[in-house]
Design a protein. Structure first.
Length: 486
């Protein structure tokens, strides 16, 4: 009997089949896991890129050029510069097909999906020089930080985000039942856009300065940000106000809105006529501004005058009743010829006396000579004995010499020859002032009589220099007061 050997097959061994299947599955899983970082044994073009921040990039994120995947981010590392700043250094693994990347290329981190996935957008430059493997795109070629949708929503607080969700739901329901109205609006939009074209042209003009207006709004928003709580309270109060206005919305507010169209048409028609009046009003306001400032300063005085003037005004009717007969009497008095002749005589008398008084008045008003004369006259009668009053006097005789004041002289004393006991420089000198200054017209405003400085070695005849007069105007006034007190 011939025995036949059965040929063994690999599929006949279940254990071997299971082992091969397991190995293939492991290799497939390995390749699938590493597909994000590039397939093994495939040549790549590796470069580096510096960013000011990692922007949530992780290893395995895609690198795209014009939306086409050309590589992956192999690693993201933090590095510190010499100045202390920290940046993100990316190790990029690119396909050999894009080698070389121009040296002036730029990189930007973009959002891949609404879930927060990111990718690196590589924009090739125009340079003919390419990056060698291992070289780095500097941080200066990283575009400014992009603002993604998730960052926009993250700037709101949770309460605000929930309110946005509620608004979207409510607006969605509103638009769902307004389909026909929306279609009608879309049909009228061409006419609206035709009218809006000059408006947009004005907004785009440099003279409009829309950019400055937006910057101003940004500054205003920055100013009101610290008072957000007060604004929230204001909106609550506005809700209360609008709730109250809702009760009068119809027909009162509805009529106001209806009539406002006619009012605007009238304003458009009459505006050019009113404009000159407004210009004149502005000019008048500018001219009135200094007066308003002065009025604000004088307001307390005017207020006090008003308080004082009210009682006076209450008494004016009686004054008015008395003014009428008084005025008639004055009229009759002025019409009398005798009165006019008397006034003429008074004027002539004043003209005659004016030159005399102009010289005599300063003697009393400035120098107080009359009061001093009366005081000295009173002193004559102030002392005495049983026989009578007398004037006390002391004789002061100058030294005896040539032309001395104490005896007959051939000429005014002017020193003279020396005599026994009297040196030359102590001789006789005449001091005489028959017409002293009285502050009269044409004279210095000083009172010279009795107020000159005595110069023992100088002959002085007349007033001399005003500087030698002791008494000034202020002192004369003091002397006047003293004489009156006496």
């Amino acid at each position: 009997m011939r025995r036949t050997r059965r040929r063994s097959r690999i599929t006949a061994n279940p254990l071997l089949v299971g082992a091969v299947t397991t190995v293939i599955a492991i290799v497939g899983v390995f390749f699938s896991y590493n597909a994000n970082t590039g397939l093994p044994f495939v040549p790549t073009y590796r470069i580096n890129a510096d960013l000011p921040s990692g922007y949530s990039l992780v290893s395995g994120n895609e690198v795209r050029i014009a939306g086409v995947r050309v590589g992956v981010v192999d690693s993201v590392n933090a590095e510190q510069l010499d100045n202390g700043a920290t940046i993100a250094s990316l190790d990029l693994k690119l396909d050999k097909s894009v080698q070389p990347i121009p040296v002036d290329s730029t990189v930007t981190v973009r959002q891949r999906s609404a879930l927060g996935l990111k990718y690196l957008l590589l924009t090739p430059g125009d340079s003919d020089e390419g990056l060698a493997p291992g070289e780095t795109l500097p941080i200066s070629q990283a575009k400014p930080e992009p603002v993604d949708q998730d960052q926009v929503f993250n700037m709101f607080q949770p309460e605000v985000r929930r309110a946005i969700q509620t608004n979207l739901a409510e607006y969605g329901g509103m638009f769902a039942v307004r389909g026909a109205d929306i279609n009608e609006i879309l049909g009228q939009l061409p006419h609206l856009l035709k009218v809006a074209r000059p408006v947009t042209r004005n907004l785009a003009s440099d003279e409009t300065d829309l950019d400055g207006f937006i910057r101003g709004l940004a500054q205003a928003a920055a100013e009101v940000a610290p008072v957000a709580d007060q604004q929230a309270e204001m909106f609550v109060n506005l809700d209360t106000t609008f709730s109250a206005l809702a009760e009068v919305a119809r027909p009162f507010m509805q009529d106001s809105i209806t009539e406002s169209v006619k009012t605007q048409l009238v304003v458009q028609r009459e505006g050019p006529r009113i404009r000159p009046f407004l210009y004149a009003s502005a000019k008048f306001a500018r001219a009135l501004r200094p007066g308003a400032v002065s009025l604000a300063k004088a307001a307390p005085i005017l207020n006090e005058s008003r308080d004082l003037g009210i009682p006076v005004l209450r008494s004016t009717p009686r004054l008015y009743d008395q003014l009428a007969p008084t005025s008639r009497s004055f009229r009759q008095f002025g019409a009398s010829p005798a009165v006019n002749e008397g006034l003429d005589s008074l004027i002539e008398t004043n003209q005659i006396l004016q030159p005399l008084l102009s010289f005599l008045a300063p003697s009393q008003n400035v120098c107080n000579y009359l009061a001093l004369l009366l005081r000295n006259a009173a002193e004559v009668n102030s002392t005495g004995n049983a026989v009578g009053k007398w004037v006390r006097a002391i004789s002061v005789l100058p030294p005896v010499g040539e032309n001395a004041e104490g005896g007959p002289a051939a000429a005014p004393a002017n020193g003279g020859a020396p005599s026994p006991g009297y040196p030359v420089n102590r001789g006789n000198f005449l001091h005489s002032n028959p017409y002293p200054w009285t502050a009269a017209p044409g004279q210095p405003r000083v009172c010279a009589a009795g107020n000159e400085n005595y110069s023992p070695d100088v002959q002085v005849i007349g007033n001399g220099d005003a500087a030698n007069t002791i008494l000034t105007n202020d002192q004369s006034e003091k002397q006047l007061n003293w004489g009156l007190d006496k």
